[in-house]
Structure formats: C-alpha cells, structure tokens
Design a protein around this ligand. Sequence first.
Ligand code: BTN
Length: 327
Amino acid sequence: MRDKDRGFRLLELLADGEMHSGETLGNALGVTRAAVWKLVRQLREQGVPVHADRRHGYHLPTPVELLHKSAVETHMDRLTRSRVSEVRVEFSVDSTNARLLAEAGTADHPIALLAEQQTAGRGRRGRPWQSPFGGNLYLSLLWPMDQVPGGLSGLSLVVGMAVVDALSNLGIPDLALKWPNDVVWRQRKLAGILVEMHGQPDGLCAVVPGIGLNVHVPEGGTIDQPWVDLAGVHPGALPSRSRIAAGLIDAIASNLAQFATSGFEPFAAAWFRYDALADAQVRVEVDGRDPVSGTARGVDTDGALLLERAGAVERWTIGEVSVRRES
Ligand code: BTN
C-alpha cells in the first residue's frame, strides 16, 4: 500500500471518532507505531484534526462520515451507472475540475470525481473555492460532447437546474438559482458551480462541470458572502454524503445527456421555476467595466440573462457577468 492510501485507510479507521491505540492502528495498516505517527502528522498537515493522547492513542474530535465509492455507485440510478461508468473518490486533490480537465483530451466516456478536500479549489471569475476537509462535497464530472445544437452557452444553467432538482428531492424547500448558476436558499449561497471546457465549443469537446456544495461548513472559515450549509437547512437527519453525491450525479447526468442532444431550448421554458432574480432590481458586473443596473427578466432561449433598462431589454451572456441584488 502506498503512503497516500495508508493515510486514507488510517482516516477510515479514525472516522468513528473513537480512541484507537497506535498499536491497533499499526496492526490494521501493517506498519509500526512510529509509522502510524508519521501518517498522523501527514493527515494533520492536510488539515485533518487528529488528536493524539500519549497514553491512549489517536482520535478525531468528532466522527466524520467519509465518502465511499461503492456507496456512491450503489445509490446512483441504473441509467446513470450506464452513462457514468467511472466514479472516483480521492482524499485530497488540487482541484477536481483541474484533474478531470487534464484528462479531457483523451477520455471517451463520462467520469465523476469526488474529493474529501481540495488544496486549490477553483471558483468562478478566478476566485479560489475554499475546500476544507470536514464534510462538504467537491464533485466534478467530465462529459464528452459533440456539436451541441445552439452551442454551449446555456450549459452552466442546466447544471444548476440539476443541482436544485437533486437538493429539492432531499426535501429542501426555497431553493433557487441566481443567474447563471449560484444555488441559493433564501438568497444565501448553498452551492457554487464552475463549468470548464476542453476543445472546440462548436465541435468535439469535453465539458467539466464542478460543484462545491456546503454540507457541513467547518467553523472558522471566511466566506465573502451570505451562505448556508445543508446541515442548516435540511429538515431532519441528513442522508450520507455518498447518497447526496449520487443524487447530484443522477440529476446532472440526466440534464447533460438531454443538453448534449437538444441544447438549452427544452430547459428555457422551465427557467422561471428556478429563477431567484425574476423581476428583481439587479446590478450586473463585468470585470473591468462599470456596473449596470436594471430589472432581471429571466433568460433568453440560449440562457443569456435578459436585463431591462431604460425601456429596452438587453442580453447579457454567460461567463462574464455576475449579478447581485441591490441593497
Ligand atoms: C463558484 O465560484 O461559485 C463556483 C465554485 C465551484 C467549486 C467546485 S468544487 C468542485 C470543483 N472543483 C473546483 O476546483 N471547483 C469546483
């Protein structure tokens, strides 16, 4: 077993939050107690708060529920399993999007990648996405596509609609999308989506949508806007993160498959059900330009934001614009 795998295995042994002696852990991993200590130090360096007690051993301050590839696969529906034939779960990666993009030129089938933490999580508009270990979801899919009718412009909205569908299926009310695809609960951000692409937008390409879902946001982080996590909005006990991930993969795969053959048009008519900004006064910001204010009027047939100002309706295209409610 490689050190990296041993570290993950050690984490699985500690996940119950109970005290485990160095000797028991060493026996389970087939290493010495000194080697266990080294692995513990590595986990700590990666942000996992392993507590050490000289006499009794090691434990986590609270139990953690880790992702399991087999559980994700079991909870995916049959159609999704036939479409997404490869599911990977990693402990730590730089960015699940970056990892899949690196394979986008060669992969010929959809892949789902989940990680327990990201060391260089990427957000929209070049911002970082804080990705600590401790219970959120960091998920990317790689999806090869060929000549989508109408082009790719509505793609990130379609992914957002899928995420809202999957979370609504968990019984969470009041979810909506702030154009293009911030998943909000009562105007507070619950999930962020970054869609990246490899290849030609009007030809053979692979898209990589990445979803960062707040499940249990650990205390002490700094998020620069109002946010919520699933633990705070879900009625009752949360399903396992593996199950939540499977629901996300099902919904995203279903929307991507439809988008790949029919484009955004079939989704356009449903947008109003997801729209957090309908008829609201909004401000549109484009990097390097003065913000513009107007009234949000839904989206065009290709997913562009419709903004009414001075009696005319303008189209704002995806990828360059951020929208915020005026205070
Ligand atoms: C946003 O800024 O709202 C988008 C955030 C997207 C974060 C996710 S986490 C999984 C995937 N990997 C990344 O590096 N980013 C996306």
